[in-house]
Design a protein around this ligand. Structure first.
Ligand code: PLP
Length: 387
């Protein structure tokens, strides 16, 4: 059976070039990057080459990159690393749980947290962030791109307010990296997290940009790895893969692949909206990353639709992957003002570098058919209600 994967915001397949780059570090180049002998130096050189590439992707110095196990660790390290009890943190209602749950933990530890709302398009108003600043505000943490809607937040404006107020600014850029160009100096952020498995590197590796001069408390205690910011023997194959994925992402920007990606996404979105009634885009009118569209289909249960599509070979998602199976409607969509039923009727389509125009055609042939079949069965749809 043909299987098409349009759930790249959950995870992406490792690109063949990335797999090739990392493979030797499982085998002949197996050294520990902290060892002084030949094997260790080989591993160290590979880690530092990869760090240079990640730094290029983010526009920073290599020494400002801390290799992590992924986005969750980067977010936790950023938040817990610069705050102490009594500090005030500003974040948004639509963050990933990696930030929201870290904030909830820090509240229990004595921090105060303000959760900024979003408008109907899913956008944070930078003025709301400015108004929330207090004398004890230590950190602003706002994501660059939302994982469910792909909506891009006004990071530069928020960065300006953070700089003026002399407050740390952390960006969860897990869903923005390799999709839109990032320059940490233009945004004026102090901390920025990315994750390997969202950019065609493997799961279990990531990076946190830490601006020079930022006093960061580590999460783990151990050896002096990563300049004492992240103890633990480096995941050499993973870091090499992250570096390769970062290099490929830079080349893709130079080729204009992001514009091609948004062209494919727009064709998918328009094709669905033309064929399916009572459907619309969540985040319409806001700037978005090029690969994501989140569409509601009234009178349809999103879980039922995702399962029906999967049975026919199309993988999509009903929201954040980690909340799959939860009965609660998406906190992101409800924060945007969607009624619970509409939030539950929403499907996220997210493309990756491996997707082709044929994949979009496959989805366009399938989605309207599944929508109309499920609506036939829906007790709330007009068709059924007539009987
Ligand atoms: N932040 C965002 C916006 C995400 O989408 C995710 C993963 O879905 C994470 C953080 C967590 O990243 P990781 O899976 O690498 O821990």
């Amino acid at each position: 059976m043909r299987r098409i994967y349009l759930d790249n915001n959950a995870t992406t397949p490792v690109l063949p070039e990335v797999l090739e780059a990392m493979r030797p570090y499982f085998g002949e180049h197996f050294g520990n990057a902290s060892s002084i002998h030949h094997h260790g130096q080989e591993a160290r050189a590979a880690v530092e080459r990869a760090r240079d590439r990640v730094a290029l992707l983010l526009g920073c110095r290599a020494a400002e990159i801390v290799c992590t196990s992924g986005g969750t660790e980067g977010d936790n390290l950023a938040l817990a690393g610069v705050t102490t009890p009594g500090d005030h943190i500003i974040t948004s209602c639509i963050e990933h749980d990696a930030v929201l749950h870290a904030c909830q933990h820090l509240e229990k530890m004595g921090c105060e947290v303000t959760y900024i709302p979003v408008d109907g398009r899913g956008l944070v108003d930078p003025e709301d962030v400015r108004r929330a600043l207090r004398a004890n505000t230590k950190l602003i943490s706002i994501m660059m791109a939302n994982n469910e809607t792909g909506v891009l937040q006004p990071a530069e404006e928020i960065g300006n307010f953070a700089e003026e107020a002399d407050v740390y600014f952390h960006i969860d850029a897990v869903q923005a990296a390799a999709k839109v160009p990032i320059d940490v100096n233009r945004i004026a952020c102090d901390l920025l997290s990315i994750s390997g498995h969202k950019i065609h590197a493997p799961q279990g590796v990531g990076a946190l940009y830490v601006r020079k001069g930022t006093h960061l408390q580590p999460l783990f205690y151990g050896g002096r790895h990563e300049r004492s910011r992240r103890a633990g023997t480096e995941n050499v194959p993973g870091i090499v893969a992250l570096g390769k994925a970062a290099e490929l992402a830079m080349q893709a920007f130079e080729r204009g692949d992001d514009r091609k990606m948004s062209g494919l996404r727009d064709r998918l979105q328009q094709g669905i909206l033309i064929q399916a009634e009572s459907a619309g885009v969540n985040g319409e009118g806001a700037p978005r990353v090029p690969n994501t569209t989140n569409i509601y289909f009234d009178h349809i249960d999103g879980e039922a639709m995702a399962i029906s599509l999967d049975l026919k070979g199309l993988a999509v998602s009903t929201g954040a992957a980690c909340s799959s199976g939860a009965i609660e409607p998406s906190h992101v969509l409800t924060a945007m003002g969607l009624a619970a039923t509409r939030a539950r009727s929403s499907i996220r389509f997210s493309l990756g570098k491996q997707n082709t125009a044929e994949d979009v055609d496959f989805a366009l042939a399938l989605v309207p058919e599944v929508v109309s079949r499920l609506r036939e069965l829906s007790p709330t749809s007009g068709k059924r209600a007539m009987f």
